[in-house]
Structures are given as C-alpha cells and as structure tokens.
Design a protein around this ligand. Structure first.
Ligand SMILES: Cc1cc2nc3c(=O)[nH]c(=O)nc-3n(C[C@H](O)[C@H](O)[C@H](O)COP(=O)(O)O)c2cc1C
Length: 207
C-alpha cells in the first residue's frame, strides 16, 4: 500500500515561496508512488487555542471550527510536510494557531494518559519547509524547537528540514533552482518506503 503524504501550507500568501517549495516536495513524494494531499490553512477556518483547558478533562478541543478536519488528516497521514514562512524569527501566526490547538493532544497523552494511537507505534515521519527573507540563520533554531515540540505531540518523527533564507518577494523562490531541487529530493526521500529512519534530522539550509 502506498504511503499517505499530507502537505500543509500555512503561508497567508497565495503561491508564496514556502507554498511553492511544498508543491515541489509533494511532487517528489508523488514520484515515489505516494498518495499525496495538499491543504492550505488559509482556505480553512482555524482559530487560536483559547486556553479553556477543557481538553484536560476530555482530551478534545471544544473550539468549533475546521481544526478537527485537519487533525484527522494529520493523524491519518504516514508522512507530513509542514511549510511556513518565517515571521518575526519563527513560524507564521496561521501555523502557530494550528500548533497551539495541539494542546488537546498533549493533554490527552500527558494528563489523561491516553496514547494517541491504540495499536503501538506507527512509522510516521515529518519534514519542515521554512523560507525567510532575511539573511539570519538563527531564526531556524526557533522553527526547529517549535516544530520538534509539535511533532512530538503528534507522535511523528522529525526527519528533515529545508530552510531557505534571503528569498523575499512572492514567487522569488522560482529563481532558486537548488531550493526547488532539494524540495523535490527531500519529498521523494520522505515518501520512499525503504528510506531508513535517520538518526537525526537531515538538515538542509540554503543560506
Ligand atoms: C509579518 C512578517 C514578518 C516577517 N519576519 C521575517 C523574519 O523574521 N525573518 C525573515 O527572514 N523574513 C521575515 N519576513 C519575510 C518572509 O519570511 C519572506 O517574505 C518569505 O519569503 C515569505 O514566505 P511565503 O512567500 O511563503 O509567505 C517577514 C514577512 C512578514 C510579512
């Protein structure tokens, strides 16, 4: 059976740089025989965590919006590619709203002691794509930390990242062939069933 790969584009900018890299990565995954799905967060209604802490007793988020749809898809996927522009040294607010809603998973696991998956560990792997306009490389550290914490609550292994900086104008990534090539390559590798699990995340930084 082919692997299910979900790509989540969080940029508010239509056909933005991180979005274009995500599409390349998904094309790479498809070339490896995966079943791919693309989601753009801005097409959905996802609000922030309101810190009601209801999930501490139910394990579920009580905010009613499209979050459950995205969560279901994320839990069903074998591979996740999460793409974000860098805003003020970290993920964009659309991405952060989705991430913070993951508190219900954290509560379910750590407070209610309910495992996310009933039948043991699944081989789930995730990759990050992030694009910034500045020359800072320090900003990638905050992306790494936040995404690692999020992938941990999702029970998915952080296996690769593609970080690109000095790309600012919309679509400027199209003139960065090595970034497009790397996105395709990493997407293909992520979706190849026989790729061994790396000991630490494959770290591709184009600076
Ligand atoms: C609100 C805002 C904050 C930004 N902050 C940063 C930043 O901290 N570091 C950086 O390198 N670029 C920053 N940028 C530039 C974007 O990261 C850059 O334009 C990127 O290519 C956008 O990706 P996208 O087209 O996928 O949305 C910022 C842009 C906006 C609109």
């Amino acid at each position: 059976m082919s692997l299910k790969v979900l790509g989540i584009s969080t940029s508010p900018r239509l056909k933005g740089n991180s979005d274009l890299l995500l599409r390349e990565a998904l094309a790479g995954a498809e070339s490896a025989g995966a079943q791919v799905e693309y989601l753009r967060l801005c097409d959905l209604k996802i609000g922030p965590c309101v810190e009601c802490n209801c999930c501490y007793t139910t394990g579920k988020c009580r905010v009613e919006d499209d979050y459950q749809i995205v969560l279901e898809k994320m839990l069903d996927a074998d591979r996740l590619i999460f793409a974000t522009p860098i805003f003020f040294m970290t993920v964009c607010s659309q991405a952060k709203m989705l991430i913070d809603r993951g508190q219900c998973l954290w509560a379910s696991k750590h407070i209610l002691k309910k495992p996310l998956f009933e039948t043991g560990q699944r081989d789930r792997r995730a990759m990050i794509i992030a694009v910034g306009g500045s020359k800072s490389t320090k900003q990638f550290d905050s992306i790494r930390l936040t995404m690692k914490a999020y992938f941990d609550v999702l029970d998915i292994k952080y296996v690769a990242n593609l970080f690109v900086n000095k790309v600012d104008a919309r679509g400027a990534i199209k003139t960065h062939p090595s970034a497009l090539k790397e996105a395709f390559r990493l997407g293909k590798e992520l979706a190849s069933a026989d790729t061994p699990l790396p000991e630490k995340p494959i770290d591709v930084m184009l600076t």
